[in-house]
Design a protein around this ligand. Structure first.
Ligand SMILES: Nc1ncnc2c1ncn2[C@@H]1O[C@H](COP(=O)(O)OP(=O)(O)O)[C@@H](O)[C@H]1O
Ligand SMILES: [Mg+2]
Length: 345
């Protein structure tokens, strides 16, 4: 696999001291990589640096092996899709789409063909004569994506492109973007603060925190093995408890787990709600004793809150059948099938 985009030790600090530093990242050709993190963590700063809208303080950005940091946006082989669609309201969809190609002096017949093809790709065939105001928000964003696709960038940059759309439409647009990527083989850098969007869309996710990268991994690995406590807290639902590490073992009450990271002393143990098994009674050999505080039936499963006394309250997801055996105030045993441990400092 060849590397399409390489970011090397990128730093950008605004006068306020905010910004990003030490950002290094290689994106493979045809890969969809997502920058994920809460608002203000520096996602847009990285994306705008790639697109040439911001000048970094230090570091390098290479696209297809060539440094682009000295080039203005229009000279870079990138194209950016913004959150606001930035379509010209007084121009037809055809003219909005053809604009960039006319500047490139593409022959008229070719432009017509390219616009027709890209409108098919974004599922708006025949929209040439319409005006942006006649389209819904989702349709306008499709046109904005189409406009970027037409420029055949080496890297397509998308900054929270779907965040203004409602949940159902956002869902559809995700699937469509995935299909477009499969069909075109385009390399994409996608920015979002929505972890579900990132998990469902990406080949790999870059989790950012306060201007630096916490972890880069495939969605499943980010979920199964968050490398830092920050990622564990940010991605999915997680319970955190105190435990102790003794040589090759992690110990929590009557439970023991392998101490893969060779931690020592007091540790933070993280367990996903779906990795907890609740059994009525407290006489089991392993597990932590607790009392059921709350049960919420959520269709095919239930979210059960269990009070573990000094250890706090944990949330467990239980299958529908299991919940029939459980009731409020009941004494239960909570056993963990899988945990991840973190150093406590
Ligand atoms: N032009 C600017 N001048 C000063 N500070 C800025 C500027 N742009 C962004 N910031 C600050 O830099 C940090 C990162 O911003 P940004 O990259 O926009 O984050 P994100 O896209 O993840 O929300 C934030 O604290 C933001 O307030
Ligand atoms: Mg942003």
């Amino acid at each position: 696999m060849s590397i399409q985009l390489s970011i090397r030790d990128l730093s950008k600090r605004y006068k306020t001291g905010e910004g990003v530093s030490g950002i290094s990242l290689d994106v493979n050709k045809g890969e969809l990589i997502t920058l994920l993190g809460p608002s203000g963590c520096g996602k847009t700063t990285v994306l705008r640096s790639i697109g040439g809208f911001l000048e970094p303080d230090s570091g390098d950005i290479l696209i297809e092996g060539r440094s682009v940091v000295k080039l203005p946006p229009e000279k870079r082989p990138t194209s950016m899709v913004f959150q606001g669609y930035n379509l010209w309201p007084h121009m037809t969809i055809f003219d909005n789409l053809a604009f960039g190609l006319k500047i490139r002096k593409m022959p008229k017949a070719e432009i017509r063909k390219a616009v027709e093809e890209v409108l098919n790709l974004v599922r708006l065939p025949g929209a040439e004569k319409k005006y942006p105001g006649q389209l819904s928000g989702g349709q306008q964003q499709r046109i904005a994506v189409a406009r970027s696709l037409l420029l055949k960038p080496a890297v397509l940059l998308l900054d929270e492109p779907f965040s203004a759309l409602d949940a159902k439409l956002r869902h559809e647009m995700r699937e469509e973007l995935r299909e477009i990527q499969t069909e075109t083989g385009l390399t994409m850098v996608f920015v979002t603060h929505d972890q579900e969007e990132a998990l469902s869309l990406s080949d790999r996710i870059v989790v950012m925190n306060h201007g630096h990268i916490e972890q880069i991994a495939a969605p499943q690995d980010i979920y199964d093995a968050p490398e830092t406590l920050y990622v564990a807290e940010f991605i999915g639902k997680m319970n955190f408890l105190k435990g102790g590490a003794q040589e090759d073992k992690l110990v929590m009450g009557r439970m023991e787990f392998p101490n893969a990271k060779r931690l020592s002393g007091e540790v933070v143990v993280a367990v996903r709600p779906e990795d907890i098994i609740l059994e009525p009674g407290t006489r089991q050999e392993a597990g932590l004793p607790g009392t059921i505080k709350q049960m919420m039936i959520l269709g095919h499963y239930a979210e059960v809150s269990v009070d573990l006394g000094d250890r706090g309250i944990i949330r467990a997801f239980q299958p529908r059948d299991k919940v029939k055996e459980l009731h409020l105030g009941q004494s239960v045993n909570a056993a963990f099938t899988k945990v991840i441990a973190y150093s406590n400092n």
